[in-house]
Design a binder for this molecule. Structure first.
Ligand code: OAD
Length: 233
């Protein structure tokens, strides 16, 4: 881990699993019998808006019952103490990274706690439920949807992420299956630009072959050990 200054970290549902939030492709990954791919699309929202709102209302309600775990806390410590560049890119729509104290954080798939008004295109803090389409606090129209990037939509912050990957000396992927692009391709971009690549996951991800090193185990153990190691170099 010597000669490392710029770090990009990608996190996925696995980092929040030990906090009690189900992953997408695990055994509890179905919701009311639906795969996430069948609910998290603009087309699904048009076809059955109440189904989609219920899906995200349930996830938003779950946030109140969970706490950041040792992995989120370790990354927040890295953020506070790392003197070089750092960007934590999360695919997660929960708020556990920021509740642990992470600041250099980008939610590429949006946030449960944010609502997006389709009438006036503004974002505002989300009410607990969007099921009955409450009025937008800015324009008063009743077209609020979860501020979540659905399949077929462009993830947030791609320009900033690409720039960070170009300059990265180390790319670390934590708790993600590598099933969903563009996040699944970040390892290849970072590697092509000469970064060292490290995977911390319970099982090998779909892109495991692109990593210089893969460490398998629970995030609550692997991430604090990694942070200890990197801060000690
Ligand atoms: P997945 O559910 O696809 O993958 C979770 C990964 O975490 C798997 O590889 C597990 O092996 C691993 N895992 C589970 N428990 C773990 C633990 N305790 N410690 C470490 N690893 C663990 O979730 P994501 O890869 O995040 O997108 O899914 C990517 C995207 O697909 C999500 O952001 C979401 C979903 O559709 C949108 O909603 C747009």
């Amino acid at each position: 881990m010597r000669d490392i200054s710029n770090i990009v970290i990608l996190t996925g549902a696995g980092i929040s699993a030990e906090s009690g939030l189900a992953t997408f492709r695990g055994p509890e990954g179905l919701w009311e019998g639906h795969r996430v791919e069948d609910v998290a699309t603009p087309g699904a929202f048009v076809a059955d808006p109440h189904l989609v709102q219920r899906f995200y209302d349930a996830r938003r309600a779950n946030l109140a019952t969970v706490e950041p775990n040792a992995a989120h806390e370790a990354l927040a410590r890295l953020d506070a103490e790392w003197k070089g560049e750092l960007l934590i890119v999360t695919q997660n729509v929960d708020d556990l990274h920021e509740r642990a104290g992470a600041k250099r954080l980008l939610h590429m798939h949006g946030e449960l706690k944010s609502a997006w008004c389709l009438a006036c295109d503004t974002r505002s803090p989300s009410p607990d439920t969007l099921l009955d389409f409450p009025p937008c606090p800015d324009c008063g129209q009743k077209y609020l949807r979860p501020d979540i990037v659905w399949f077929g939509e462009m993830p947030y912050g791609m320009d900033d992420i690409e720039l960070a990957l170009m300059d990265a000396d180390l790319f670390v992927s934590i708790g993600t299956s590598g099933a969903v692009y563009p996040a699944a391709g970040f390892v290849q971009t970072a590697k092509y630009r000469g970064a060292r690549t490290l995977e911390l996951n319970l099982d090998p991800s779909q892109g495991s072959i692109y990593f210089d090193e893969s460490r398998m185990g629970p995030a609550s153990e692997l991430v604090p050990a990694f942070v200890e190691e990197i801060l000690g170099t």
